[in-house]
Design a protein around this ligand. Sequence first.
Ligand code: PLP
Length: 445
Amino acid sequence: MAQISRSTQEYRALDVAHHVHPFTDQKALAGKGVRVITRAEGAYVWDSDGNKILDGMAGLWCVNVGYGRKELVDAATQQLQTLPYYNSFFQSSTPSQIELGRVLAEVTPPGLKRFFYTNSGSEANDTVIRLARHYWRVKGKPTKRTFIARTLGYHGSTLAAVSLGGMPHMHALDGELLPGFAHIPHHHHYTQGGELSLEEYGLRTAAALEKRILELGADNVAAFIGEPVQGAGGVYEPPPGYWAEIQRICRKYDVLVVADEVICGFGRTGQWFGSQTYGIDPDLMPMAKGLSSGYLPIAGVAIHDRIWNEINEGGALAHGYTYSGHPAACAVAIANIQLMRSEGLVERVREEIAPYFRECLQQLAASHPIVGEIRGVGLIAAIQLVKNKQAREIFTAQDDAANFCRDVAADHGLIMRAVYQSMVLSPPLIITRAQVDEIIQKARR
Ligand code: PLP
């Protein structure tokens, strides 16, 4: 097929006529129209007017190896030529699916070496819900069904994943949650910690989990799920000791630990997985995004041996998707992991580029009148905008301070993301020091 090429005006007219955008007020699009991204290379994207924009979000937190990587394109092409698709249910498999499991098991934390493939992080979390409930049924504890998650947690957009997540505006779309989901508050020391040290605050927020388990009855609770660093809710890194305490409580009450690695996985925090950064020993570990650096859709759930051994006794798992482990997506994921390893991208984040990124962000916070704090770890960050630094007074929703990320920042050549009153960054792992400087200079402006 010839490359699609239209004028920006034509693109915009057709887009308004036919394209229903996720998470978007369509009416607001009608005036200015969308920005049409037509190509990309390295850490930059270009729009249909030829503007070059630094992608400070790596797409949607996913293009970890950057754009234009021939190795991934070749892997997809070769696989599509050899075997574009085969349904791998029912006692068959495909070579790239088999190989991906081997490669993944080399980088996942110890014990997590069985993988169920899905197409999206949302489906991975639906799978987590079904696997955990199945596990407890097989163990003879069928009442353990409820999931506990956190406010502002994001776990996806299917009905089950929305109920699992803690996003009020998403819950509002349905009017009510599915049964079997409960939430505890998220942590944000800057606004909620008061005089408590970070450690004290971490223990206090983790204690909410124990309280909730006791309210619900441990016999009814299947699992706790959390992102190692809460991402889409505003980038909240855990206070020191938080995850250790969460884990202690879960083990005490026989509650599974699920680390949602959809954003944190594949190098973003400076280790292969956020679980390694925070000493989490998950029973189930959903992953997506960085698994293929977004080149093709693929996601999955890593299952710990101690869970798998039980599930395996439970007969056929009545769960799966037509495109579970799509051969081309698996081939791309293998090439992606191999590339990350051969270029030492995870070590590069940890030892080289993230320390510089964070140092520059801290300088921005120290010198900018409306930057209250910098959150995050590795190459994931939030710049908290405040009305008054001394009083830690956050802008209100009416001020809509972060909205200029959406509306203005891209006009200045930088893609950031607005999350409430923060500006969020999650650049490709290949970002250079000069590009970090460019991000800071443009973000400052
Ligand atoms: N879990 C987390 C932590 C996410 O950040 C996301 C997406 O941003 C999801 C799950 C859902 O993934 P997807 O959009 O691929 O369904």
